[in-house]
Structure formats: structure tokens, C-alpha cells
Design a protein around this ligand. Structure first.
Ligand SMILES: Cc1ncc(COP(=O)(O)O)c(C=O)c1O
Length: 448
């Protein structure tokens, strides 16, 4: 009985054959990208930077967009569908009446959900005859995902990696290079914008906004290259809806339905991918679900201002209407660095503006978050990526609240990636020094 209640799986034929585009179902029209008052038109420059297919999807008003058969095959090769687990062991350790479910995006070949849009973008690049994709990466997960997708589709890949993270994730750097990508710490001296910052400060920690500017400048200077973005944009979130669409089918198999959905949020592709199909049901079918974005106080972009801002530091992109901390804001480096971005996707920002998404931002020292991740690891047995630990933390905090109130809430959370290459980060925050320690029961970390 327990076995059946623990894992909800789909067959390979049940991989969704279309993505969900929420744009026609939004409570008001999505404010379009626009140009600043001065300078060249960024909007007109977009076709020089992004792939034709992605740009078309960015503006699409179609509710359902077909996933090409060749791409579904790549999804199958990458191990989709991914299971939905019921966290029975965690529930027991917490003593909560809540029912907890988690989606296992950590079964990805490179370690995270980022593969879902990387494969789509590399597939379209090959179709359009593009020879090289340039990109940014923060945590390194997106860079690895694009390196993997370009390897499978025979395209070259150049990655600009936020220097603060590049310097400590040596194994992930090796991973990207083994997949055939060229990788540069950003700010780098490969681009005019990067050189300026690099010369001012050779140890500049970098930011996602700076790395995006470098990738854009590189693609702009090469007619055979295109820029590929790992989050924020409408088409990226749409590719990621494969996560939530699978989860809907799995909840139907489980005979259950979420009351609360939680995912971590940097630029928004993970949160959007998991939640948007369910948000669509709230908007069009009157379903009642709460949505919570787990963030860091280092970059609580959903608590910033809702206004037009640039998506990159050098102001190459058009202005996007989004919740932002300001495109040149400084944000302290954290181990969950994939959450350290100044702005949130325009779609999710609009939903937040309408009160459909709540947010919680955890302290930048990450102790509370990583201790919760250890509870999950010692009960469910999976090592989450530091970013995913934020969603786990929010789910455990909520489950413990249910313990006090007696609520039998159904809580669903997405584990966006695994942390096999992030152990050093966990150790630095939690103070493990590599010596043997007596196994500590999960309850110790809960203070029970
Ligand atoms: C494992 C993981 N989860 C979540 C995120 C958050 O990014 P986004 O909000 O764009 O999905 C990242 C970003 O790098 C990541 O690596």
C-alpha cells in the first residue's frame, strides 16, 4: 500500500505534446516590452539577438503550443516524465497532518529543470541553422543544461558565468567543458562591457545581469550566433510548463489536488513551469490554490517595485514591466546563487501584482534553509540543489504550521535540481568540516 502511495509516475507516451501559454488567460493584457526614452531601439534589435521561433513564441496569443515530435524525443532521452513523490517519510518525521508532494526535477541529466527549455532552444537553433548559442549562467545549472542540449544537437555553446560562483564550483566548470562548451568567468575580458568592469576590479563578483549583457554583446557581434536566455522571458516559462502539466496528470493519478504550491524563484522559470498550469485552472476554472515563491533576502525581487526596468546590467535589452530591485543593484553572493537576479518574469510579476502569488524571502546566511534541506535529505534521501532547498524550507515551515493548527493541507513543491555539485556550499554554511560525525536525527535540526 505504501509503495503505491509513494510515487506517481507517467509512461513515456504521457509526456505532454503541448505547452501551456498563460498569456490569453491573464487577468489583464501583459504589458509589452518597450524602449527607453533615449538611445537606439532595443525592441527593434531583438531579432538580432534571439531566435525567430522563440521570439514568435514570446508574443504568441495561442493558449496551447505544440511540442515538436523531435523535441519530445529529446525529452524522453533526458528521462522525462519525472516522478511526483509523496513525502511520506518527511510527513512522519514532522508529525504533520499535511500531505506533502514533491516533483523530482532533480532527475535531470545535468541536475535541474533548466534542461526543459535548453533542449527546446537548442532544437530550434538547429532548425534555424544557427551555429552557436551564447548565454549567461548564475548557479551554473543553466550553463550546464545548455551545454548538454547543444552537445546533443550539434551546436557550439559559449557560457558567461557569474565569477563569484565560477570560482567555487570547479566540478560544474569541468562538467560544462566536458560537454564541449567554452566557459568564461564574468565579468570577462571577452566583451567590451565585461572588460570595462574587469579592469576596474579583477575580482568583481559579477551578477546575472552582467553575464546576460556579455552574452548578448557576444551574440550581437556574430551573425551565426544567437542568444539563449535561461529564465524570465515568456517563451522560457512556457517551455517549463511541461513540469506542471505532468504534475497535473500525476495528481489525477494520486486522486488528490494541491491547496498550496511552492517553488523557489530567481528569474521565475522554475516557479512558472511548476505553477502556471495550475494558476490557469485558478483563473479559468475557479480552482482554489495558494502559490508561494521561496526567495532569498539577498535578492527578494518580488518585494521590489513593479515598474519597467532593463533585464541586463548594460541596458541592451528592452525595458520589461516587472518586479525589480533595479538592474544595477548589488546583491550579496549566496550558495543558492541561481536565486540572485534583480527582476522577476513579467508574467509572474503581473500575477503577483494581482495578488495571485505570495512570497517569502529567507535570510542570506542560508542556515535555516540548509538545515531544513538536511531534514529532507535525512528523511526522503535526496540531496537538493541549494536553490531547491528554499522550496523545501518553505514547505516544511508550512507543514509545521499545519501541525499546530491540525490542517490537512495538501502542499506540493518542486525540487528544481540536485545538489551533487554543491556539497562544498552546504558544508561552508552548515559548518561541516569533513570529519566523521554521529548521524544526527532529522528531529535535531527541527529542534524537536
Ligand atoms: C536548481 C535551480 N533551481 C532554481 C533556479 C531559479 O531560477 P529560475 O527562477 O529562473 O527558475 C535555478 C537558477 O539557476 C537553479 O539552478
Amino acid at each position: 500500500m505504501t509503495t503505491r502511495a509513494r510515487q506517481f509516475q507517467l509512461s513515456v507516451d504521457e509526456i505532454p505534446d503541448r505547452w501551456y501559454n498563460i498569456i490569453p488567460d491573464l487577468p489583464e493584457p501583459l504589458p509589452p516590452p518597450k524602449d527607453p526614452d533615449t538611445g537606439p531601439s532595443r525592441v527593434q534589435n531583438l531579432p538580432n539577438l534571439l531566435m525567430k521561433t522563440c521570439l514568435g513564441q514570446e508574443m504568441s496569443a495561442e493558449r496551447w503550443v505544440p511540442i515538436p515530435e523531435g523535441l519530445r524525443d529529446l525529452y524522453a532521452q533526458a528521462g522525462r516524465p519525472r516522478p511526483l513523490f509523496r513525502a511520506l517519510s518527511l510527513e512522519k518525521a514532522l508529525g504533520t497532518p499535511a500531505r506533502l508532494y514533491y516533483k523530482a526535477e532533480f532527475y535531470s541529466p545535468t541536475g535541474s529543470h533548466k534542461v526543459n527549455t535548453a533542449l527546446a532552444q537548442a532544437y530550434y537553433a538547429r532548425e534555424e541553422g544557427i551555429e552557436r548559442l551564447t548565454t549567461e549562467t548564475g548557479a551554473g545549472q543553466w550553463g550546464t543544461a545548455l551545454a548538454y542540449a547543444t552537445a546533443l544537437t550539434g551546436i557550439k555553446c559559449t557560457v558567461y558565468w557569474v565569477r563569484a560562483v565560477h570560482n567555487w564550483k570547479k566540478a560544474r566548470l569541468g562538467f560544462m567543458r566536458m560537454l564541449g562548451a567554452e566557459v568564461f568567468a564574468s565579468p570577462s575580458d571577452r566583451t567590451e562591457f565585461g572588460r570595462k568592469l574587469h579592469q576596474q576590479d579583477p575580482n568583481h563578483p559579477g551578477s546575472l545581469g552582467i553575464a546576460i549583457s556579455e552574452g548578448l554583446e557576444d551574440a550581437q557581434g556574430d551573425p551565426k550566433a544567437s542568444y539563449s536566455l535561461g529564465s524570465v522571458l515568456n517563451h522560457v516559462l512556457m517551455h517549463q510548463t511541461i513540469i506542471g502539466l505532468e504534475t497535473q496528470k500525476q495528481f489525477a493519478k494520486a486522486g488528490d489536488y494541491p491547496d498550496l504550491m511552492i517553488a523557489c524563484l530567481g528569474g521565475g522559470s522554475n516557479f512558472g513551469g511548476f505553477c502556471l498550469p495550475f494558476i490557469g485552472e485558478v483563473l479559468t476554472k475557479g480552482k482554489k490554490i495558494k502559490f508561494l515563491a521561496a526567495q532569498s533576502q539577498s535578492a527578494p525581487n518580488l518585494q521590489g517595485q513593479y515598474r519597467y526596468d532593463f533585464a541586463d546590467h548594460a541596458e541592451i535589452t528592452p525595458l520589461l514591466k516587472m518586479y525589480t530591485l533595479g538592474h544595477t543593484a548589488t546583491m550579496v553572493p549566496i550558495k543558492g546563487d541561481g536565486l540572485r537576479y534583480h527582476g522577476c518574469s513579467p508574467i509572474l510579476s503581473l500575477l503577483r501584482h494581482h495578488g495571485i502569488i505570495d512570497t517569502v524571502a529567507y535570510p542570506a546566511d542560508e542556515k535555516h534553509v540548509f538545515e531544513r534541506a538536511l531534514v529532507f535529505m535525512r528523511t526522503e534521501g535526496f540531496l537538493p540543489a541549494p536553490e531547491s532547498a528554499y522550496a523545501i524550507c518553505a514547505a516544511i515551515d508550512e507543514a509545521l504550521r499545519c501541525k499546530e493548527t491540525g490542517e490537512k493541507k495538501v502542499i506540493a513543491f518542486n525540487i528544481s535540481g540536485h545538489g551533487f555539485m554543491d556539497i562544498e556550499g552546504y558544508q561552508q554554511v552548515l559548518g561541516f568540516d569533513g570529519e566523521n560525525r554521529q548521524a544526527t536525527p532529522a528531529a535535531t535540526f527541527l529542534g524537536c
